[in-house]
Write a protein that binds this ligand. Structure first.
Ligand SMILES: Cc1cc2nc3c(=O)[nH]c(=O)nc-3n(C[C@H](O)[C@H](O)[C@H](O)COP(=O)(O)OP(=O)(O)OC[C@H]3O[C@@H](n4cnc5c(N)ncnc54)[C@H](O)[C@@H]3O)c2cc1C
Length: 428
């Protein structure tokens, strides 16, 4: 393990001669905050050190060489080879940058996860970054934080190494926004749970080796009767009912899954029984910040490609871009993107220092969803008929980014959380 870590670190940070260990990197982040902002500024960045940028650069190479050339094919096929892509990323250390070193992670702090999420935004679709994000920052944070050593060896370590694909089972046919009302039960029988019910919208679901399952483990109040359980997807009684056909995120497989008397050892419980809802709410914070980082780069890329296209496309004797309504609108959107980036980086800086950033993370997720819809809609407009074809990134972005206002907590759910923190939500 130490050998692999050294390999990973030296591969990522070979240019940085002062580096002696990854632990030192993470200390750098919290002890030396920088003072500038803006994606293009690298020397005096508010959050990112040269080590963050080295990590991003190294990931960019994998994206350019091993992922982007195949994206169109995987989008057309409606699935991407998760085991193959995750093994590639796992070998290079990208599936566990903020996970413990003893389980194969790089032991860095969450700001490095955000740096990775931003870099993954350079993949030319939303589906593959989302699938990677499920593996790194949606299905595994609770396991890493609260799971037993045995459980982490069985599920976390191979997920970090890219040997196992993870999925997250929270949403159900009858319960999405209102997580408390899920119906899947895990009933104790001896030293096993017997799981019955089903999950809906499970990203990676047709390919996953295990699910981080949220299930009811008692009849108590809905916020205290739930547990997170590592459920092997090859267990007898797990049925993949279908792969859902979607308007966007097409290269990511989304499954509906049924559980019919699925027996799972009780030792697969993550942390304490009855704490699942709380763990999942914590896990959601990282998911929401991650999603925000990811969409920022995609929005940057869409704006840049729109500038390039509209600069060369002439209408009424001048480039589309030179019409004031066009370049002013792009400037407005760019301003909003920078505001969102500042909010994300501030939230992340507070989070790695141990603060509760639920309110800021919810604001960032809300704004990311809404802004990406505006960016997609405005930019697509400036591409004219070309924007309506499947040949250009902007139309894929328009379809893919629409999910952000729905998945991982809809805009209205974010608004409710923000209102709770503002103490403006009417009491029931
Ligand atoms: C492509 C895709 C991938 C997904 N991946 C996963 C996954 O891997 N794991 C997983 O567990 N789930 C996943 N989801 C599920 C996703 O998180 C849910 O779709 C989302 O939480 C919304 O739930 P719902 O679809 O049941 O909508 P509903 O709960 O039925 O809500 C419908 C609408 O009601 C509105 N609404 C919600 N709350 C309020 C409110 N308080 N006031 C007013 N209006 C409100 C919102 O506009 C919302 O869109 C995925 C979904 C999709 C589409």
């Amino acid at each position: 393990m130490a050998q692999r870590l050294n390999l990973v670190v030296s591969r990522h940070f070979s240019k940085l001669t002062s580096l002696s260990s990854t632990r030192k990197l993470s200390e750098n982040v919290s002890s030396k905050p920088k003072t500038a902002s803006g994606s293009e500024i690298t020397a005096d960045h508010l959050l990112y050190t040269p080590e963050h940028f080295a990590l991003k650069e190294s990931l960019k190479k994998i994206i350019d060489q091993d992922i982007n050339p195949y994206v169109d094919q995987w989008e057309a096929e409606g699935i991407f080879p998760a085991h193959k892509v995750f093994k590639l990323l796992g070998n290079a250390g990208f599936l566990g940058v903020n996970k413990p070193v003893e389980y194969g992670g790089l032991g860095l702090d969450f700001s490095y996860s955000i740096a990775v999420s931003e870099e993954l935004g350079n993949i030319r679709c939303g589906g593959i970054p989302m699938a990677i994000g499920v593996q790194t920052d949606m299905a595994t944070p609770a396991l890493a934080r609260f799971g037993s050593t045995e459980l982490k060896k069985e599920f976390l370590m191979p997920s970090i190494m890219g040997d196992k694909v993870a999925c997250l089972g929270v949403s159900e046919v009858g319960a999405g926004s209102d997580v408390a009302t899920i119906k899947t039960n895990a009933v104790r029988e001896g030293d096993e749970y017997v799981v019955n019910g089903g999950k809906m919208w499970t990203t990676n679901g047709t390919q996953a080796d295990w699910m981080c399952l949220l299930a009811n483990t008692s009849d108590g109040p809905s916020h205290k009767n739930k547990s997170l359980i590592c459920l092997p997807m090859n267990s007898p009684g797990v049925h993949i009912a279908r792969k859902i056909d979607k308007m966007g995120m097409r290269s990511s497989d989304t499954a509906e899954v049924f559980f019919d008397d699925v027996r799972v050892p009780c030792k697969n419980l993550i942390g304490q029984e009855g704490m699942g809802f709380t763990y999942q709410m914590l896990q959601f914070q990282e998911e929401r910040l991650w999603a925000c980082g990811n969409i920022l780069t995609m929005m940057d890329n869409i704006i840049q490609e729109t500038i390039q296209y509209t600069r060369q496309r002439k209408i009424f004797k001048m480039p589309v871009l030179y019409h004031q309504s066009v370049h002013f609108r792009l400037a407005e959107l760019e301003t909003e993107i920078e505001l969102l980036r500042s909010l994300l980086h501030r939230s992340t800086a507070l989070y790695i220092k141990g603060n509760d950033v639920t309110k800021l993370a919810s604001m960032a997720k809300l704004k990311a969803g809404r802004l990406s819809r505006e960016v997609g809609d405005s930019c697509l407009q400036y591409w004219g008929g070309m924007g309506f074809t499947s040949d250009v990134l902007v139309s894929r972005f328009y379809r893919d980014a629409r999910l952000l206002s729905i998945g991982g907590g809809a805009d209205e759910v974010m608004l409710s959380i923000i209102c709770k923190y503002m103490d403006t939500l009417p009491k029931k």
